[in-house]
Design a protein around this ligand. Sequence first.
Ligand code: NAD
Ligand code: 89V
Length: 339
Amino acid sequence: MPQPLIGAVIGCGFFAQNQLHAWADLPGARIVALCDRDAVRLAETAARFDIARTYADAEAMFAAERLDFVDIATTVASHRPLVEMAARAGVHVICQKPFAANMADARAMVAAVEAAGKTLMVHENFRWQSAVRRVIEIVRSGELGEVFFGRVSFRSGFDVFSGQPYLAEGKRFIIEDLGIHTLDIARALFGDVVRMAATTRRINPAIKGEDVATMLLSHGSGATSVVDCSYATQRSPETFPESLIEIDGNKGSLRLDAGYRLVLADRVEDLSPPVLAWASRPWHNIQESVLIIQRHFLACIAAGIQPETSGKDNLQTLALVEAAYLSAAEGRMVELAAQ
Ligand code: NAD
Ligand code: 89V
């Protein structure tokens, strides 16, 4: 059995708890240190996961610890300084989405970790949800033939603001926070995008950003897809946090319906994800994907290969986010360049 990789987690907030549970489930990693500027969160998380060494300052942590990797679980504003610090410390990096607030920061982070000769993966976990993964496998197997149409849809009225109050405060909301996942799923299914158009709306008057977005994508593969997301949709049953998918190919069609029900021409598959011991509904779908993506990170380091959701790959997803905001602001189709 190879020695586990030694890691640290920066950011002990709402979502990091899932990441720490997943690391504890993975024999290939051992988290030895935690960092957070918030002393209460830091102490509570250290006690919950029995992690002895804690730091209020990431620079101090990198100076004191001998790490193989760092997991950055903070919100976007801190990503660039922390990723660049990790690159200077010569450790592998996994960083939460949204990876960067702009393309320049994203490119700088990719370049810094590349120059250090280390692995950089973005925690872009929606394409790693087991139901979505099954759909990706079917498309990549060629079973549907040449795909000409797709839809990736996330519509919900779930209150995400109580757990993540910062989501109500930003000028940007649903495309940057959630659409980024659904756009990434569309890329995983249909390939990179050559042009796109988007419209946005804000329905909830209590938040600052847009909570509805509808996007039309032309993929280089020839497929057209619609990616739509909303946190202003009153559904029954509520489907948070499921991404519903429809795909048409010249040899067949599929639908990933509500309730993780996959329908192909001649069969139905129940793709309900497991509820891991530390997980709870309705988040169990996302929580399972955290375990899967973190396992992928360790496997890629062991094999010396780039993760599927590497920093470099994520530049294409971030470019779609930027293009969507530009298209919505200017009311026009936006061309995408290769990143
Ligand atoms: P949060 O505000 O609850 O937690 C962030 C923590 O980071 C806070 O405790 C804060 O004190 C700490 N922090 C910030 N900057 C720091 C720094 N420079 N040094 C040390 N500590 C610092 O946020 P959250 O809801 O846990 O979200 C974190 C990230 O995870 C966000 O980017 C969010 O978009 C992402 N997220 C991803 C998913 C997913 O499914 N992939 C789900 C939820 C949130
Ligand atoms: O997945 C996320 O990034 C979360 C949520 C599901 C609430 O949008 O912020």
